[in-house]
Structures are given as structure tokens and as C-alpha cells.
Design a protein around this ligand. Structure first.
Ligand SMILES: [Zn+2]
Ligand SMILES: [Zn+2]
Length: 398
């Protein structure tokens, strides 16, 4: 069965590459994936999928579609994200972005194309699929404040679904390799915004002021002791500042306020809770000591991506059958985040990366850079593995 899946994925290779190039040329930002959604819907309708719902989060973006061959009620989901990034593409390729300042620099064009490829493969093999398959084409993975995955779940994307798999292309790993990890995989991404208010005045007269720069500077160092002195050394956490800015416009003005922001990355929710509490404690104490006040806004954007062990071994089993043991690479923890984590909070599933690094083709550049590109030779492997996961899960469930 799996060799047929591999053969069908290969048979659709050119269509998949053409689709990836179409999406690459026509990128759309988070919650603006209107044309992408229309294209996906048109293909799914032509293939004979049932469109369950299109348009999420009060937009026309995103679609869920089902294949129900009538052999059992168990349903497995496969997910692709569809959004691009606000970047000007610098690659000189025939499929270069036609939308100024917008670029598929994370590879979500390939995810959309691969999931459409899986739609073709599963349709080809419909008679042998022992259950139902739901395809989730998700908007706004990159959004942070309004994650597409969360909106889709709230609007029923996982209703009746028992398990899920998702894929991300990966320029750090050689083409065609399957990068997996059981348990914690990608970090939770939190953010914070801190405003410290004091009393401004002349730089020569600090005794008449409550200088907010002093507690701000101490807080920069003190919050690092949360990681080094309060978090267990066996755990993983990072706190980084992005901005540190006073509202003074001159060298001789003590400012009224200092603003800071930054990010916190963790894997363990207990560590995440502790860091939020400790930041509040440290900020409040330093500001009180300096006769200033603090306003700390701690925002939990994306939870940690935790892969289910059983679903991950189902995936690695499928990968071994399709491509052999040598195709598998077990990854270290990844400190980046992914809103697929919201799906994994609801149902068991797994998320994995597909290597697309080919130095000769120049596809070894960083994700989110204006020169990011991917080796399209990897795409049939992604299509085959997503399809195989669906088939294997349904076969084991019936
Ligand atoms: Zn990204
Ligand atoms: Zn991405």
C-alpha cells in the first residue's frame, strides 16, 4: 500500500511543483489569503472533496474539506498553513513573487501545494481508505496575535477528528530527510511589554527626579537571573529583550518613562508560569525601590508544540516503510514556535519537518530571509508521508 502511495505522489510531482510556484508567485499575508483559499477550494471541489467550511476568523481565508469514502467514521486530519511574510523577495527565479513586499519566505507555499498533492493521492486511492480524511488549509500561522490555528479550532476544524499530522519544509536539513521528535518539539512563544514610569527632569538634578532608567537597567540583568537562578538547569528557557527605549530626546533630560519589550521561550508550562510570576516580582520590586511604577503586560502567543509519542512513531514507521531508516533525523528541541501547537493541545498528533536543503541549488538559506528558497525535489516525499500517515492511522484505528 505504501509503495503505491509513494508511486502516486511521484505521479503528481509536476502538478505539485506547478502549484507551489503558483502560490509562490502570488503570496498573501496572514488573514489576507483570499485568492489562495479560492484556488485551493477550486482544486478540492474538482477532485470531489466536500467543502465543510470556508472562511475563518471573520475573513474569507482558510478552508476545511473532507474525503468520506464511506468505510468507517474515524477521521484523521492533515494540515497546511498558507500565509506569506512581509518581505521583498531577492531571489532571481522564474517563479519570483509578483506581490511587492510580500514573499513566501517560510515555505508555506510548499505546504499548501503538498496538501493539495495529498488530496490527489488520497482521491486516487479512495476505495482503499478505511475511514475519513479532513484537510485543513489554515490561514495566518505567522500572525502571533491572532493565530489561524486557534481561530479554526474555535470554528470547528477538529470536530469529529481523532488525530492530526502537519508538515514544515526545513532549510537546515538535507533534501528529503524527515526531521521528527517525540514529545516537546518547538517552544512556547510569549512576549512582554514593560513600561516604567518615573519623574523626569534635568540631567544635572537627579535628586529632583525619579529616574526610570535606573530600575530599567537593573531589570535587564535581573530577569536573566530567572533563567540562571530560578529555572532548573535541566529545563530549557530563554528571555531576550527586543527593545529598550526611554522617552528622552536629549542627552541632558532624565526621561519620564522607559519602554522595553522582549520574548520568552519555554517548553514546560510550569517553567512558563514561573517565569511570568518571577518577572512580575522582579519588576515590581526594582521599580518600588527606585520610586517608579511599572506596567508589565505578559502575553502568551503560542503554546509549546508537543508531539504525541504514539502518533510520532506511526509517522516514523510510515517514513521507514516509504524511504528507509536513513531518511529519519531525530532533532534537538527547536526554540522557534508554531501555532500547530493549538491542534496538539486538542487531539493527539505529530508535527515534522521535511528537509529541503540543497547547497548546490542555494536552498540552504534561512527561513524568513529574502533569499529563502526550497528544493522542490523533496515535495513528493512530503506528499507521500502525509498521505501514508492518514492511511496508516485509519488502518490502525479500524
Ligand atoms: Zn515562518
Ligand atoms: Zn512556517
Amino acid at each position: 500500500m505504501l509503495s503505491r502511495i509513494r508511486e502516486r505522489a511521484k505521479a503528481h510531482e509536476q502538478e505539485i511543483i506547478d502549484l507551489r510556484r503558483h502560490f509562490h508567485m502570488n503570496p498573501e499575508l496572514s488573514w489576507k489569503e483570499v485568492e489562495t483559499t479560492k484556488k485551493v477550494v477550486a482544486i478540492l471541489e474538482k477532485l470531489g472533496y466536500t467543502i465543510v467550511k470556508k472562511g475563518f476568523g471573520g475573513t474569507e481565508c482558510g478552508v476545511i474539506a473532507d474525503l468520506k469514502p464511506g468505510k468507517g467514521a474515524t477521521c484523521v486530519a492533515l494540515r497546511a498553513d498558507m500565509d506569506a511574510l512581509p518581505l521583498q523577495e531577492e531571489n532571481d527565479v522564474p517563479y519570483k513573487s509578483k506581490n511587492d513586499g510580500v514573499m513566501h519566505a517560510c515555505g508555506h507555499d510548499a505546504h499548501t501545494a503538498m496538501l493539495l498533492g495529498a488530496a490527489m493521492v488520497l482521491k486516487d486511492m479512495e476505495a482503499e481508505i478505511p475511514g475519513n480524511v479532513r484537510l485543513i488549509f489554515q490561514p495566518a500561522e505567522e500572525h502571533g496575535l491572532k493565530p489561524g490555528a486557534k481561530a479554526m479550532i474555535e470554528e470547528g476544524a477538529l470536530d469529529g477528528v481523532s488525530a492530526i499530522a502537519g508538515i514544515h519544509v526545513w532549510s537546515l536539513t538535507e533534501t528529503g530527510k524527515i526531521v521528527y521528535r517525540s514529545g516537546p518539539f518547538m517552544a512556547a512563544a510569549d512576549g512582554f511589554e514593560l513600561t516604567i514610569r518615573g519623574k523626569g527632569g534635568h540631567g544635572s538634578a537627579p535628586e529632583l527626579c525619579h529616574d526610570p532608567i535606573i530600575p530599567a537597567a537593573q531589570i535587564v540583568n535581573a530577569i536573566q537571573t530567572i533563567v540562571t537562578r530560578e529555572v532548573c538547569p535541566r529545563e530549557t528557557a530563554v528571555i531576550s529583550l527586543g527593545k529598550f527605549q526611554s522617552n528622552s530626546n536629549a542627552f541632558n533630560i532624565i526621561p519620564e518613562t522607559v519602554f522595553m519589550n522582549g520574548t520568552v521561550r519555554t517548553f514546560n508550562p510550569k517553567v512558563q508560569d514561573h517565569i511570568e510570576d518571577a518577572m512580575n516580582r522582579i519588576v515590581t520590586a526594582h521599580c518600588a525601590a527606585a520610586r517608579c511604577t511599572a506596567e508589565l503586560k505578559y502575553i502568551r502567543f503560542i503554546p509549546a508544540t508537543i508531539n504525541d509519542p504514539a502518533m510520532t512513531s506511526l509517522l516514523t514507521g510510515a517514513a521507514t516503510e516509504l524511504f528507509g531508516d536513513a531518511s529519519l533525523v531525530e532533532t534537538e528541541l527547536i526554540m522557534g514556535s508554531e501555532d500547530y501547537s493549538f491542534f496538539l493541545q486538542k487531539i493527539p498528533g505529530t508535527y515534522f519537518n521535511l528537509g529541503t536543503r540543497n547547497v548546490a541549488k542555494g536552498t540552504d538559506k534561512s527561513h524568513h530571509s529574502p533569499v529563502f528558497d526550497l528544493d522542490e525535489d523533496a515535495l513528493p516525499a512530503g506528499v507521500a508521508l502525509m498521505s501514508a500517515f492518514a492511511w496508516k492511522f485509519l488502518s490502525s484505528a479500524c
